[in-house]
Design a protein around this ligand. Sequence first.
Ligand code: DP6
Length: 346
Amino acid sequence: MEMEEWNEVAWKSPSNIAVVKYWGKHGRQLPNNPSLSLTLSECYSTTHIRFRTADSLRITFFFEGNQNDSFCTRVEKFIHNILPEMPFLSTMELVIDSGNSFPHSAGIASSASSMSALALCLCSMEEAISGKALTTDDFMRKASRLSRLASGSASRSVYGGYVEWGKHLSLPQASDEYGTPIESVHAAFKNWYDAVLIVHSGKKNFSSTKGHTLMAENPYSAVRYAQADAHLGKLVEILKNGDVDAFIALCEIEALTLHAMMMTSGVGYFEMKPNSLKIMELIREFRASTGVKLAFTLDAGPNIHLLYPEESRTRVLPFIREQLSPLCQNQQWIDDKLGNGPEKIA
Ligand code: DP6
């Protein structure tokens, strides 16, 4: 359908934190091992796209109101890359406005939320232009697949709760192409929180994309992929049977292994800071001395995600305030929790 006038679509999409980590990819953004994450609630991106028919594809990109060229280049590259999937884009003028709920300076990886919000908008545009609505399941699967092409971890942000990406024997419906929500989750894992402790907000030494590439030469990569595969099977069982202690142990070894992969890739590099280590030690000491259930994990940077169930909250909040936030940059941390996934904005 021709669209002479401006039309608009908008989505809000959350970030996620992986328990079993995606680290290493091949081909067209396909993972070398399956991963599983919690979708967050308070850390999200909001993206609006205004669009109308044009002679050729034209894109203007604003990040929080400012024209942003480096991010625009990534978005442009992505949109060109998906023209075979979405040929209608080749005759569209797009004005994209994107923003995050969390301060840009917090150093939180925003590609999962921003790229999934963008992919969801493109799927809504396609529906508006074709006049054909997909079923919710088909729509979300398509959005997850497109999100993956933009950023692997974004494929998991399209669903709420616990989300898996990558084929695995224990989940017949899982695929390397898109994320799949985990349906069978015990009550013990329903109300979880994530305190995002901002240890350092500067730029990382290496981008995740570079880190994935370096895995090709890492001498431990085959062992790592086999371990991630085994961890994923275990985690699916843990989520089903409610074994919180097993979850904590698996979550922490996954985070440490991710960083071990960085330290053993290429000439070796690390993204943790001294306070990342101090915080992890304090978390383990606190757990050992109080019995309170909580676990740390990290993404590819120095910030610590402290995961804990609702029952631990009255003990964990004072612990953060008194012992952990003094080790954060400007005492900064974000009080986040398990979320329900993206929302379309009317
Ligand atoms: C450590 O999804 O940011 O957070 O696919 O190159 O965009 P690209 O990488 P990205 O990698 C995320 C890595 C991770 C682990 C995870 O989220 O599973």
